[in-house]
Design a protein around this ligand. Structure first.
Ligand code: AMP
Ligand code: MG
Length: 351
């Protein structure tokens, strides 16, 4: 939920809008698309059925609502429900809306399920590194150790009946940057379906939800970004319908200091950017919130443990891309994935 990549995002959004306008010139009406900068990224919804402009308005209002409730960026917001929650850490429980309650509740479940590889209370560490903000820097050993003492999902308490969240110790904080885009994408897909839409593609900054089929009845083809290349260069595609495809990659947000690159996916066991030999992990699941949380978690778990984890989850598939330019596919991913080009090599079977 940061806004540091704004100039690049604005350029990207303008080019996306141009494509839409060109697409609308033909005799038959083209798809309808709207793109806006929200949740710290460019969000684009493309619908291949006829819908009213008000439906787009309602969807983007809803995404804005998610951001206004759950952003933890003090430079963007004076207050949000999560900023209030974090400022009350160690004190009273804070009342939150059903949206925030659900996202934090799900984030806490993923923290438990991944034994803390996904960490709902990662906020102090995210803030310490400041990756993608104006205060990004490499912290010292001691600062990292001190901050790690504040990272503990078992001290995040949710009372679902009172609709409150409380954090056990002062200085603690929750961050939903690894899951909120997924929640918002699920909400947007639900609203489109309620409006009778059967063919749509939702792109929340590379966090994709493929609703229904392409208008010709075939599955959507979602490209998996080639790490460090310009957007639109793919190492392969996945064929999906009514599924979400989410990638967590080292190339998405990072900075370089003394020739070392530091990226935004932090390993709660070391307090540093996860170094697992992976460049990206793409997760496919029916719910975007699941694909989003698990792409972050599995990246932290690394190739061997992450692969095992995915194989043990029902309805979750993944593609792992390594620094050695290898692609490992979970058993159910083999049928969805189609490689493109030969720069990366598909390895069959478990790592
Ligand atoms: P994603 O791009 O979905 O993989 O999410 C990365 C974002 O999630 C970061 O920018 C942080 O806000 C947050 N984050 C980083 N590391 C973790 C972690 N281990 N668990 C949960 N959230 C994290
Ligand atoms: Mg994620």
């Amino acid at each position: 939920m940061k806004t540091s990549n704004l100039p690049r995002l604005i350029a990207w959004a303008i080019s996306a809008l141009t494509v839409t306008l060109v697409g609308c010139e033909g005799a038959t009406p083209g798809p309808q698309r709207r793109t806006e900068l929200m949740l710290g990224t460019a969000i684009s919804v493309t619908v291949h059925d006829q819908i009213e402009e008000q439906t787009f308005d309602a969807i983007f209002d809803r995404i804005g609502e998610v951001e206004q409730k759950m952003s933890t960026s003090e430079s963007d917001y004076l207050t949000t429900e999560l900023l209030r929650t974090n400022r009350n850490a160690g004190g009273d429980a804070v009342s939150v809306s059903p949206d925030t309650l659900e996202v934090v509740q799900r984030a806490l479940e993923f923290s438990r399920r991944t034994r803390g590889a996904f960490e709902v209370s990662i906020q102090p560490l995210v803030d310490l590194w400041g990756i993608g903000t104006d205060h990004e820097r490499v912290p010292g050993e001691e600062e990292i150790a001190d901050t790690l003492r504040l990272i503990d999902y078992t001290q995040v308490e949710i009372d679902p009946f009172a609709a409150t969240i409380s954090l056990g110790r002062p200085g603690m904080g929750v961050d939903v940057g690894g899951i909120a885009k997924g929640y918002a994408a699920d909400e947007a897909a639900r609203m489109l379906r309620a409006d009778g839409v059967a063919h749509a593609l939702l792109d929340f900054g590379g966090n994709i939800y493929a609703l229904g089929h392409k208008p010709d009845g075939s599955p959507w083809r979602i490209g998996i970004q080639r790490p460090f290349s310009t957007r639109g260069e793919y190492i392969g595609i996945v064929r999906v319908s009514d599924l979400s495809v989410v990638t967590s990659g080292v190339y998405e947000r990072s900075f370089t200091s003394d020739g070392v690159r530091y990226h935004h996916i932090l390993d709660p066991s070391t307090g540093r950017p996860a170094r697992t030999g992976l460049e990206s992990v793409t997760v496919v699941a029916a719910e975007s919130i699941v694909a989003d949380a698990l792409s972050t978690a599995v990246f932290v778990l690394g190739l061997e443990r992450g692969f095992q984890f995915v194989e043990n989850q029902y309805g979750v598939e993944a593609a792992f891309v390594t620094e050695e330019r290898e692609i490992y596919l979970s058993s159910g991913m083999e049928a969805l994935f189609e490689p493109s080009g030969d720069a990366y090599r598909v390895i069959h079977g478990a790592p």
